[in-house]
Design a protein around this ligand. Sequence first.
Ligand code: MG
Length: 265
Amino acid sequence: MARQVRTWLGERHLLLTTDFDGTLSNLAPTPDEAELSGEVQTALRTLAAHPRVTLAIVSGRRIEDVRARTGDIASFVGGLHGLEIVGPAGGFLHPALGRVAPVVADIYRNATRALAWCRDAVLEDKTYALTLHVRRVPDEEAAQALGQFVALAQPALDADLLRVLPGAQVLELLPAVDWHKGKAVDWIRSAVDVGPTAGVGVVYLGDDRTDEDAFATLGGRGVSIGVGDRPHDHLIQFRLEGPASVGRFLDRLCADLPEHPHHAT
Ligand SMILES: [Mg+2]
């Protein structure tokens, strides 16, 4: 598989874009517990140091949260599913974020009070988004907590300020804007500076519904690699089992990639 990707890449520069949770790190009971294994960390670091590779991480977490878990490994980090991006020469901040901040703060205050009964639910305030994690909550209680959460957000949903993004034992309220990981990857792609001659080949790795936006946007222009069993077959070219196999794939990809394209065999 690494060889196939290398062959597809040819002489171009590689923009390796990847999700974080469930792709680089195993899914943890609470978002705070997710971390990179030593193997994945080493594989990422080696790949990022390769002269023909640019590494980008695009996550639902905030940028500073991703940075706290990955250090400065990646040249580009996208937070809030790409609504915010930092890169070596500037960044991107979706213009709608300012408008939703007070609404999110309001819902956060109310939800903290309303969901106090559900002790194992974790409410994550991302300033411009709000996530309720119910991974450790029994099913019945989880359904009730999620229902309450959505009810509190209903006015903002009706006003088209926020939208609901359901996930695996998690529900997120996000700004209701036409922006997603696919558009973020396009933004990053156009910000990668490799000089006038070399083209850029994009590889995207992800495990979740939000990553499918990136797979769909890339289409035949890149290589889409699904992680785990959630991504739909028709959107991806390859599938890896989980973060450990992602680490091994990145290792092989890096070992297979000559530092100078004209030495490619
Ligand atoms: Mg994920």
